[in-house]
Design a protein around this ligand. Structure first.
Ligand code: AMP
Ligand code: ZN
Length: 429
């Protein structure tokens, strides 16, 4: 049941002692990096875990400012790999790993996969990007260490993915949720019943982008499998930071490797247990490039209580958005995930959608492009009009603004190979 029962079911007291020791080591180590030395990190003393709050936070911009080597705290002889975040503009954010860092990262990913139920007899098809992006290589090494037959297909080439799944009797796939829905669309269009076509398929790892409980349910129901939420970010290695156990009531965040804080994104003050806020993470076992109090910008909360699976590491709730992908329209705060949840609950809505933000005069205007389900008769004006007004009404009720709803034919909204691009903001600043 556990990859390592001692690590996963460690008592709270032992865990906190371990964290304190590792936090002190991390701080001492971080001071060797030019960036943290200049920040005066050496002036701080840690006596107990709550002292972490006195330390300065680290932002994505700090990582850019320290580019290329300002955050490395070992000699380059010790560094064996770099990864870079999926950001598309400006200076990239780069993270460096020693051999031990890679070993520890793989161990965390293996822990996640074993927790999900994966064993050495499984066939793991990894449909996520390899290369600078951490998703592909991260899960790849974890699945290999577990002993699975690991197929590094990477993303795209849907026909070949489906052929491999069938012929190699794939039991587990790792996919971006929007691509899982695209696979489902393709199968449906070809009239293929996935349960017959892939009788061995049992698990999906859904990671790398926010998705709703409804999206998970769609993937599970369509393929007849269990789909697990996998959370990570390049600055904290990548995947293997937090992952769902079979109870599926939040993701266990591996507290022996990461110190978690939930804070108010405006004031950075700690929030009471259970409240939603921005997650700050501190690496506890990284050698080459420790990061102190990283502002993930991801909004979540800690799930109260113990988990029935017996693991003692705290759980985080599904990420509901980022403190920075929030759209503000006519003074109203909107998260793309809210729109997704509304759409997912309306029969007749297809699998893909896109939000376009425009300026009309001085007013913000939102267009929601929505693919209709193939079962809808696109030739009947009446049924389309009914669908359009229902979507408009439900979105208005949820968002408090009235978007323009633009219905599209199934498959007509382009699907990105990597993370889905859900919002196109054409407004001037
Ligand atoms: P990257 O560093 O490019 O891997 O991007 C990391 C970011 O992707 C995180 O900070 C989250 O905003 C998002 N992300 C990754 N996994 C998930 C997940 N399971 N649910 C929601 N958002 C996620
Ligand atoms: Zn659990």
């Amino acid at each position: 049941m556990y990859w390592n029962i001692n690590d996963e079911c460690i008592s709270r007291q032992e865990l906190e002692e371990l964290q304190l020791g590792r936090l002190k080591e991390t701080l001492a180590r971080a001071c060797r990096a030019p960036f943290y030395r200049e920040r005066g990190l050496g002036d701080y003393t840690i006596r107990d875990l709550s002292d972490v709050r006195k330390l300065p936070v680290t932002t994505k911009q700090d990582l850019r400012d320290a580019y290329p080597y300002g955050m490395v705290c070992t000699s380059l002889d010790e560094v064996v790999r770099l990864h870079s975040s999926s950001g598309t503009t400006g200076i990239p954010t780069v993270v460096y790993h020693s051999a031990r860092d890679l070993h520890n990262w793989t161990e965390l990913v293996t822990r996640c996969l074993y927790m999900m139920g994966l064993r050495r007899h499984d066939v793991f098809q990894n449909m996520i990007g390899y290369g600078l992006f951490t998703g592909g290589l991260g899960l790849h090494y974890g699945a290999e260490r577990l002993g699975c037959l690991t197929i590094p297909t990477g993303p795209g080439n849907t026909k070949r993915q489906l052929k491999f799944m069938k012929e190699f009797k794939t039991t587990a796939i790792h996919v971006i949720p929007s691509y899982a829905l695209h696979l489902a669309d393709t199968l449906e269009a070809e009239g293929i019943d996935p349960r017959r076509e892939f009788p061995d398929l049992s698990f999906a790892v859904l990671g790398a982008e926010p998705h709703s409980e409804e999206t998970r349910r769609k993937v599970q129901d369509f393929f007849g499998i269990r789909a697990f939420n996998s959370y990570g970010l390049s600055e904290m290695n990548g995947p293997g930071v937090a992952f769902e156990c079979p109870e599926m009531k939040g993701m266990h965040i591996w507290e022996d490797a990461y110190l978690v804080e939930i804070v108010d994104p405006d004031t950075l003050e700690p929030l009471p247990p259970g409240s939603k806020g921005e997650m700050l993470l501190t690496t506890l076992s990284r050698e080459a490039m420790p990061i102190i109090r990283y502002r993930t910008k991801d909004l979540t909360s800690l799930v109260p209580g113990e988990c029935a699976c017996g693991r003692t590491h705290v759980r985080i709730a599904r990420i509901t958005g980022r403190s920075d992908d929030m759209m503000i329209l006519k003074g109203v705060n909107i998260f793309p995930i809210q729109i997704e949840s509304v759409l997912n609950n309306i029969p007749g809505v297809g699998r893909n959608y896109r939000i376009i933000l425009e300026q009309k005069g001085h007013n913000d205007h939102m267009i929601v492009q929505v693919e209709v389900d193939p079962s809808i008769n696109v030739d009947t004006y009446k049924s389309l009009e009914r669908l359009r007004s229902r979507i408009t009404r439900e979105l208005r009720d949820e968002l408090l603004i009235t978007p323009e709803v633009d219905l599209r034919e199934p498959g007509s909204i382009p699907v990105a190979e990597g993370k889905a691009v859900r919002v196109i903001d054409n407004r001037k600043l």
